[in-house]
Design a protein around this ligand. Structure first.
Ligand code: ADP
Length: 255
């Protein structure tokens, strides 16, 4: 369970707070979507979770442990991050995933590290391209390797920054399916940002809408209404039902 309580942050003493009294909860094995316009504070919140920024107030607990007071190396074993753009250099897929074990092995990988990598490769069905150069694979495959590398850390929390940002529709589907399977199988919590609200609806269990650094509304899918979208994004939208699923049609074309 990820629990964020009363978190506030400002980049400098003279600037306005970017996050104001942010609280949220995300149970283990579930996917939380952090949503909101550009500049709402999503990346800032991720950076605080990852230990790159220090909040002025608040607490973050992961399975009951206070992660803000934890040494970074300890935090790195519990929280893994998948950035939007990733470069693997000249590493093979196998070695790229092995890099996820760095916080465990220090200088040289041992048997436990190799076993962990082999298990993830098997679980994520990546055996065929384990020996290939990671840089030569498609965008979706690279993103999958980045997730596999994060999983090699054996984290309790996975932070995904726009995981489908640059992908075509088939690769988007691949990554969302993979994320859902990992959350369910491994019982890890996943927190992710996403611009596309329909993808967010498809991927997420919980939704947190940030506006001007505050959580405007959070909860399950039923909180997502045309009024909320208007308030958070400032646009008119239509929400329609298709086979019991919500589809959001946003913007002037539809309304
Ligand atoms: P999002 O990820 O939701 O687009 P960010 O967390 O990147 O939002 O930004 C939130 C606010 O913080 C924005 O107003 C942005 O201009 C400001 N901000 C981001 N990074 C910095 C920084 N390094 N110094 C000062 N202000 C920043």
């Amino acid at each position: 369970m990820l629990k964020i309580e009363h978190l506030s942050f400002q980049y400098s003493r003279r600037s306005l707070p970017v996050l104001r009294d942010v609280s949220l909860e995300l149970p283990a094995g579930q996917i939380g979507m952090l949503l909101g316009k550009n500049g709402a504070g999503k990346t800032t919140l991720f950076k605080i979770i990852l230990g790159l920024l220090t909040p002025s107030e608040g607490r973050i607990e992961l399975d009951g442990e206070d992660i803000l007071s934890m040494p970074l190396r300890e935090r790195a074993r519990r929280i893994a991050y998948v950035p939007q753009h990733i470069h693997f250099g000249e590493l093979s897929v196998y070695d790229s995933i092995l890099m996820g074990r760095v916080s465990y092995f220090g200088l040289k990988a041992g048997t436990a590290d190799h076993n962990a990598v082999e298990e993830i490769i098997r679980e994520m069905g990546m055996e065929e391209f384990a020996d290939r150069n990671a840089e030569h694979l498609s965008g979706g495959e690279k993103q999958k390797i980045a997730i596999a590398r994060a999983m090699a850390q054996n984290p309790k929390l996975l932070v995904l920054d726009e995981p489908t940002g640059n992908l075509d529709i088939s690769n988007e589907d691949l990554i969302i399916t993979e994320a859902k399977a990992l959350a369910e199988k491994k019982k890890i919590s996943i927190i992710s940002s996403m611009h596309d609200l329909n993808q967010a609806l498809y991927m997420g269990d919980h939704f947190y809408f940030l506006k001007d650094g505050k959580i405007r509304c959070s909860g399950k899918e039923d909180i997502i209404t045309e009024e909320l979208i208007k308030e958070v994004y400032g646009i008119d939208s239509r929400i329609i039902a298709y086979e019991n699923k919500k589809i959001i049609l946003g913007g002037k074309h539809y309304v």
